[in-house]
Design a binder for this molecule. Structure first.
Ligand code: HSE
Length: 309
């Protein structure tokens, strides 16, 4: 058997929707899998692109761990299902930048294993396993389903709804050349928030969902404002405030930290033709802090993880 799994990058939080709102982007990692390696004995894992010199190429790799977890949840022995695999990871999503690289790895492993298990697990089984492995649902849900996903934890069970993908928008990602682990960016957040700040965010996150669903893009600037995570993470991302100001001055509809950062995400209507200039303005702001960055102008991915057999 030979097949390929393609999984999108994702942006989480969308400003105000901390740990709840996420969106898939047309920017992909791929897995190529062949079974029957060396008459079904060992495994071989190769990595091309991001993380090729850094990520483990053995059972400690998150892809293999996710595949094993899917087998266990489907009541199959991982040792017998996962033997003799030739796995090639083609990584384009940069690591530890807030673009959902770990979610993409987890989801690709789960989807690949489920394909080998004749899709015994439902999409919602996969979402719940992925959330357990990742620790929060807002990247893994859009990585699996595509589009904009609103996820809620009901105990340990994830409920998720996918809303109309905002296809008229450009998503301008400015990726600075330094890593920031989600673990570090979560540690800096306070345990408790005031009622005032909770209301600030929940009203804006609700507005955000309405603004996206009803194409009221003029409301995105207000709807993406946040007091739960960005003010605390600012000190981990030098140049963030300056880049936000530049993006707004260059005509973006909204700008926020992508996931836990350090990538910044600006939004513009495609028809406004301002996306390139917005990207350059954010990159310049990082440069003024001696930080190099690269920019991608991306669209929403509406499909999510996909197997090509
Ligand atoms: N919601 C998560 C966080 C996303 O902000 O910590 C991490 O990519």
């Amino acid at each position: 058997m030979k097949f390929n799994v393609k999984v999108p990058a994702t942006t989480a939080n969308f400003g105000s929707g901390f740990d709840a709102v996420g969106m898939a982007l047309k920017f992909y990692n791929e897995l190529e899998i062949k079974t029957g390696y060396k008459n079904n004995t060992g495994n071989i894992l190769t990595i091309e692109g991001e993380g090729r010199d850094k990520l483990p190429k053995n059972d400690k790799n998150i892809i293999i761990k996710s595949m094993a977890e899917a087998c266990k949840c489907a009541n199959r022995n991982p040792v017998s299902v996962l033997k003799g695999l030739e796995i090639k990871m083609i990584n384009r999503i940069p690591l530890a930048r807030g673009m959902g690289s770990s979610a993409a790895a987890i989801v690709s492993g789960l989807v690949a294993a489920n394909h080998m298990l004749d899709n015994r697990l439902s999409s919602y089984d996969l979402l719940n396993i992925a959330n357990r492995l990742e620790g929060h649902p807002d990247n893994v849900a859009p990585a699996l389903f595509g589009g904009v996903c609103i996820s809620v934890l009901d105990g340990s069970d994830v409920k998720c709804i996918k809303i109309r993908p905002p296809v008229e928008l450009d998503f301008i990602v400015c990726v600075p050349q330094f890593e920031l682990s989600t673990q570090k960016a979560r540690k800096i957040l306070p345990e408790n928030v005031s009622l005032k700040n909770a209301v600030f965010n929940l009203s804006r996150a609700s507005l955000l969902v309405g603004a996206l669903a009803y194409r009221q893009y003029n409301l995105l600037s207000l709807a993406t404002q946040d007091k739960l995570h960005q003010p605390f993470r600012r000190k981990l991302v030098p140049g963030m405030e300056e880049a936000f100001k530049k993006a707004v001055a260059s005509g973006s509809l909204a700008v926020f930290l992508s996931g836990s950062g350090p990538t910044l995400m600006a939004i513009a209507e495609k028809k406004a033709c301002k996306s390139k200039i917005i990207g350059q303005s954010m990159s310049k702001a990082f440069k003024s802090k001696n930080i190099n960055s690269f920019v991608h102008v991306l669209s929403v991915d509406s499909i999510g993880a996909k197997v090509n057999a």
